[in-house]
Design a protein around this ligand. Sequence first.
Ligand code: IPE
Length: 270
Amino acid sequence: MIILKLGGSILTKKDSVKPEVDFKNLNRIAIEISDFLKKYDLKNDGLIVVHGAGSFGHPYAEKYEIGKHFNDKEYSNKKIGFSITHNSVNEFSSIISKSFIENNIPVISIPPSSLIKTSNKRVSYFNLDLIKEYLSQGFLPMLYGDVVLDDKLKMAVISGDQILSYLAKNLKFEKIILATDVDGVFNKNPKLYDDAKLIEVLNSLEELDSFDSTNVDVTGGMFGKIQELFDLADLGIESRIINAKTPNLVKSALKGIEVKGTLIKAKNHQ
Ligand code: IPE
């Protein structure tokens, strides 16, 4: 069973003021998944796609400060913000679904806000029943970064990475692929240093300590992802970070071909 995470940065135009899909990447990736599925039995093996929110989610979640404490007077504005954010990521997921369906992929987009609850931003409830049922009938379930009800904060944002990690742990997935817009984890910021080296295998979180701290790929958005991935690595679940901007990399990684990227794997599971 495979989980493929498609980062928001690969499917949306990040710098755009309005939510905007990167159709070139989306349609190419849909074709690559479809090509892979021609020789893969969804009913026996299972594939789940989790996608990020990109410019469809982050600007609204920030504007309405979803996940921050608020007082009763602010409640109605918060609720509208929650609805707006959900509606936007839901629309994004429909656009992705449309491209998948055009390529004959039996996708079913499932809103996490209807299955998941959190407590202080961590999953406290996750109804997996329907996902299991769709998988057993050979569908490709697709989940995404969304807003959810939270026991402590009333509402919170859940990232695609946390969803992926929960699914991998609880549905016994063997392979995790993170499709991003960079080649993987570097020891230095590759945008600043010509001699930055791609780390092909990462065995522990501590290894990151020896890296140049100006490396935005490690200290920025990538760090949270790597932490989630090490939780999985400790359970023996390997994950691979690849660059989905490079044509055919997603398809090859799905096929199990060793492609350029960073493999995250705990030492005691070698
Ligand atoms: C964020 O999801 C969800 C919302 C902002 C509502 P992700 O954290 O998974 O999205 P990306 O991959 O960073 O865009």
